[in-house]
Design a protein around this ligand. Structure first.
Ligand SMILES: C[S@@+](CC[C@H](N)C(=O)[O-])C[C@H]1O[C@@H](n2cnc3c(N)ncnc32)[C@H](O)[C@@H]1O
Length: 205
C-alpha cells in the first residue's frame, strides 16, 4: 500500500520540500498553540496528521506523548526523520481522507493535530475525513486543527474552508467545540491568516 505519490493535497510539496524545512522548523510549538497549552494531555498517544517536517510531533514527544506522525510527502517525511530521530515518534506514510494505515493499526488517540492541512482537501474529502478522524479519538480525546484563509500559492491544491459548517459537522459527530480563535500567520505572510479550532470527544452513549 504505497500512499505517498499522487495523494490529493500534496501537490507541490515534494518539489519544494528542501526549501520549506527552515520556515516550518522556525515556528515554535509553544507560540503556535499558546492558548491551548493547558488543554494538552501530559501523557498518552498523539497523532499528527500532515506532520510535515515533524516540528509538532517532536514537541509532543518531548512533552511525554507517544506520537504517530502521518505524512504522505516522502521528501518531507525524510527531513522529519532526519531532524527529529525521537524513538517516541512513529512515522507513517498515510493520508487523508481515509488514513487507511492508521485505521488498520487500531490505535485510539488522546490528541490529534491537523495543522495547516485541512485546506488541502475539497468539500467531499473533508466530509469523508472528519468522521474517520473522530473515530480515532478515545473518549475525552482532543483535536487541534487550523484552517487557512488566503490566496493559493502557485502549484498547490487548496480550498476555501467555511468554518461554521465544519464546526456543525464536528458537533454532529460528538465533538464539542472547546476553542475557536483567529491568529496571524506565523511565517509572516500578510495575506494569510488562520482559524484555530479545538474539539473534545464527549462521553456520549
Ligand atoms: C502546510 S504543510 C503543514 C505541515 C505541518 N503540519 C506544519 O504545521 O508545519 C501541509 C502538510 O500537509 C500534507 N498533506 C497534504 N495533503 C495531505 C493529505 N491528503 N493527507 C495528509 N497530509 C497531507 C503535506 O504533505 C504537508 O506536509
Amino acid at each position: 500500500m504505497s500512499q505517498g505519490r499522487g495523494v490529493s493535497g500534496t501537490e507541490g510539496y515534494g518539489e519544494q520540500a528542501d526549501s520549506l524545512v527552515e520556515a516550518y522548523e522556525s515556528v515554535v510549538f509553544e507560540d503556535l498553540y499558546r492558548p491551548l497549552l493547558t488543554l494538552l494531555p501530559e501523557s498518552g498517544k498523539a497523532l499528527d496528521i500532515g506532520a510535515g517536517t515533524g516540528r509538532d510531533a517532536a514537541a509532543l514527544a518531548r512533552r511525554g506523548l507517544q506520537v504517530h506522525a502521518a505524512e504522505p510527502t516522502a521528501a518531507l517525511r525524510a527531513h522529519a526523520q532526519r531532524l527529529h530521530p525521537d524513538p517516541n515518534i512513529v512515522w507513517i506514510d498515510d493520508s487523508l481522507p481515509d488514513l487507511a494505515r492508521i485505521h488498520a493499526g487500531g490505535e485510539r488517540f488522546d490528541l490529534i493535530l491537523m495543522t495547516a492541512v485541512w485546506m488541502h482537501l475539497d468539500e467531499r474529502e473533508r466530509s469523508r475525513a472528519l468522521p474517520r478522524i473522530a473515530e480515532l479519538l478515545g473518549d475525552g480525546g482532543k483535536i487541534f486543527m487550523t484552517v487557512r484563509k488566503g490566496p493559493v500559492p502557485a502549484g498547490r491544491r487548496m480550498f476555501e474552508v467555511p468554518i461554521d459548517p465544519l464546526v456543525s459537522h464536528a458537533q454532529s459527530l460528538g465533538l464539542d467545540l472547546l476553542q475557536r480563535y483567529e491568529f496571524a500567520d506565523m511565517l509572516g505572510r500578510k495575506d494569510v491568516s488562520w482559524t484555530m479550532l479545538a474539539f473534545e470527544k464527549g462521553n456520549r452513549v
